[in-house]
Design a protein around this ligand. Structure first.
Ligand code: MLT
Ligand code: MN
Ligand code: ZN
Length: 295
């Protein structure tokens, strides 16, 4: 399996259009690398690709990767798209894929329903883009020879569907992780996860590679940085640091570990910062746009 990080950042990207936080300023000035929004591509043969989450930046992401360019008059190496939740950073890119070229669109029924309820997505013709509802735990071919399964991880409904009260630990069809296998190696992609539960630790035991929610370094990061009022937990994202954080909870996992879906406020964007050193010393890497990982 070959992975290509199309977008390493969380919703908003780095820099985010309206943000003057230190990371966004550094990205704007070129002091640190910029990053586009949440998406990962995978291939077995280098010819057919699946894209995991369709970010609002997908047009530029596909343009920046020669592997993803059309090979004939109307064509794409993109054979399928899989959506892990209904958040804007994971679905809005579908609108850029509307130009009458067929591909398979995989998601749980609940996530497909979010698309069906928002009529703008009817522009992505169901005749060409076949909606393929996924059952939790049931294997399917994401690409020829690439088996996938989705499983629930704690999360919440999309931001734009939140009601007065929000449960952030829903375990069902609205937020899923993906298991990928070529028959020998196993990888997991979990860009949004509110808690590293014991159940999740069991699931991940056979992992050779994990791409995991790296939204925040610490739970009150948005509050501390003055950029927002919500905690990570309230947003449905477990933090990297802390006793319940992903670094501590996944420390015994004998797999390649890569943080992805990283918010622009996260100090790990700073290559020389102490948080980045902790991440790398704990056996993790921080994704960046264009990063390739083969297992
Ligand atoms: C998230 O990951 O929490 C969402 O992408 C937030 C959003 O939709 O802005
Ligand atoms: Mn997001
Ligand atoms: Zn910022």
């Amino acid at each position: 399996m070959r992975f290509l990080v199309l977008g390493a950042a969380a919703g908003g990207g780095l820099p985010q259009w309206n943000c003057g936080c230190p990371n966004c300023c550094d990205a704007r000035s070129g002091k640190i690398e910029s990053a586009t929004q949440s998406s990962l591509a995978v291939t077995l043969d280098g010819k057919d690709w699946a894209v995991l989450n369709a970010s609002p930046d997908i047009r530029g992401q596909l343009q920046n990767c020669p592997q993803m360019h059309p090979r004939s008059l109307r064509d794409t190496p993109l054979a399928s798209v899989l959506i892990t939740n209904g958040d804007i950073d994971h679905i809005a890119g579908l609108l850029s894929l509307r130009e009458q070229t067929p591909f398979d669109l995989f998601a749980t029924s609940e996530i497909l329903e979010v698309l069906a309820q928002n009529r703008v997505f009817d522009a992505v013709s169901a005749e060409k883009v076949t909606r393929r509802p996924l059952q939790i735990g049931k294997s399917f071919d994401l690409l020829t020879g690439l088996q996938a399964q989705v499983f629930p991880v704690p999360g919440k409904v999309p931001l734009f569907m939140e009601g007065a009260e929000v449960k952030t630990d829903l375990v069902g069809e609205q937020t899923v992780g993906v298991r990928l296998s070529d028959g020998s190696k196993v990888a997991y992609y979990i860009p949004g996860c509110a808690e590293v539960t014991d159940d999740l630790l069991v699931i991940l035991q056979d992992a050779d590679q994990v791409f995991f929610d790296g939204t925040l370094w610490q739970d009150d990061e948005m509050i501390q940085s003055g950029t927002g009022v919500k905690t990570g937990r309230r947003m449905g994202h477990v933090s990297m640091s802390g006793d319940d954080g992903s670094i501590a909870r996944l420390q015994h996992l004998g797999a390649g570990k890569t943080f992805i879906h990283i918010n622009n406020t996260n100090p790990v964007w700073q290559p020389d910062g102490p948080e980045r050193a902790i991440v790398y010393n704990s056996g993790w890497t921080v994704a960046s746009d264009g990063m390739e990982i083969a297992i």
